[in-house]
Design a protein around this ligand. Structure first.
Ligand code: PMP
Length: 403
């Protein structure tokens, strides 16, 4: 295994905005549908009610409560943990940033199973940490972790980043796999007389499976679980996420919580959303009902969708050229897919969010139109260089690997 010297962090830029995509493709903002962000079609009804009422936990002329006590209490109850086991942040992304600060010092190693969510690399490199990429097993093994390779890499690492269910593959680890890795990390550290690596498990999509590692936190003091209000709770714009861990690890993360990064409106709304999960459960049910239709449409098109337990599907188009062609064709219709740049392990793929029934219908119709021409695209001969150029231009602003 080789490591790069610590250097400047991997750069990233924000996703193209709706306005940006519309301008580039000569469309109106109203024609744009985001299949690239793994978000939900609409926020829960309670958001509108609360905004109309205009009353929040404290006056908006004041700062939010410094301890976010009500939000923390609601999260502790929802996740079945103590209030000393929850730290809130401005989205899971801020939690990842705090975890990197808590567990990594410059020059230390962080293990990243690839492909996965791009921010693990970014926050590691921002700390001057060194990313140790460990390839996942292939699609026929469900993109599972390569457990022996992970164990080996974790031996001299300070931090291990895991994402379960994993973005962008949409797969979850086999039952017991992460526990087995945690056990070997613990045993190796004990045998070698050192502290085990911290293991951060990003469960941004856990509500879609109903499974979580939160229940084993007391057995693994090095385990930190990350959750968010952005995905199943359909409140990505409010920017609220959580770190959940046994008190000792949690206290380390809490040291890096910035003051007041969650606004009072976000705090008040997410507190209620956590206490009234009916809309979240309905959103999970929508995804479960709609996902098979998308999988079927991809198969009919002759493409290879990978099984997904999450609110998005990774589809293998067979070649990077075909993925790029299809992305361009979708974008011209206002449908924004997640693309992967050349050299990424998923460069032959697009990732598409499971959206509302009518929106999915639009995608399915577009696929039916595009598929015959896409079938003629080969890696060597692109019949329409213009669309490839449009797709790759559109791909440029999105290397953050959003959502
Ligand atoms: N983790 C994963 C795996 C994600 O896909 C996302 C969505 N971009 C995040 C974290 C960040 O989510 P949040 O909106 O809570 O910052």
């Amino acid at each position: 295994m080789t490591w790069a010297e610590p250097g400047p962090p991997a750069s990233y830029s924000w996703e193209a905005t709706d306005e940006g995509v519309a301008t580039r493709f000569g469309l109106t903002v109203g024609q744009i549908v985001r299949f690239d962000l793994n978000t939900s079609p609409a926020p829960p009804a309670l958001l509108g009610e609360m905004l109309a009422a205009g009353t929040f936990e404290t006056s908006l002329s004041e700062y939010p409560p410094g301890d976010y006590r009500r939000l923390v209490e609601a999260a502790a109850e929802r996740y079945g943990v103590g209030t000393d086991e929850v730290v809130p942040g401005a989205g899971a992304d801020e939690i990842l940033d705090m975890a990197a600060k808590a567990f990594l010092r410059a020059g230390e190693r962080a293990v990243v199973p690839v492909p996965t969510y791009a921010m693990y690399r970014v926050v590691t490199e921002q700390r001057g940490g060194v990313v140790v990429p460990v390839p996942r097993l292939g699609p026929d093994e469900g993109f599972a972790l390569d457990l022996p390779a992970m164990r080996e890499a974790a031996r001299d690492a300070a931090l291990v980043w895991l994402c379960n269910p994993n973005n962008p593959t949409g797969a979850e680890e086999p039952e017991g796999a992460i526990e087995a890795l945690l056990d070997t990390i613990k045993a190796d550290a004990a045998a070698e007389g050192r502290d085990p690596a911290a293991v951060v498990v990003d469960e941004a999509y856990a509500e879609f499976t109903g499974r979580s590692l939160i229940g084993i936190r007391s057995s693994y003091p090095n385990l930190v679980v990350v959750r968010t209000a952005s995905k199943a709770y359909a409140l990505a714009g409010l920017r609220v996420g959580f770190a959940i861990a046994a008190p000792a690890s949690l206290a380390r993360v809490a040291l890096y919580r910035p003051p007041g990064s969650i606004g009072t409106i976000s705090e008040t709304v997410v507190t209620r959303a956590l206490r009234e999960p009916a809309a979240m459960l309905a959103n999970v049910a929508r995804v479960a009902a709609e996902r098979p239709r998308l999988l079927a449409a991809f198969e009919t098109a002759g493409w290879r969708p990978y099984p997904s337990v999450a609110c998005f599907v990774l589809v293998d188009l067979g070649s990077a050229a075909r993925a790029s062609f299809v992305a361009g064709q979708l974008l011209r219709r206002g449908i924004v897919p997640r693309t992967f740049s050349a050299g990424h392990p998923a460069e032959r793929c697009l990732r598409l969010t499971v959206r509302a029934p009518q929106e999915n219908e639009r995608l399915i119709e577009a696929i039916a139109q595009i598929a015959p021409e896409a079938a003629r695209v080969t890696a060597h001969l692109d019949p329409d260089p213009a669309t490839t150029r449009l797709a790759s231009e559109a791909a440029q602003p999105v290397p953050k690997e959003p959502a």
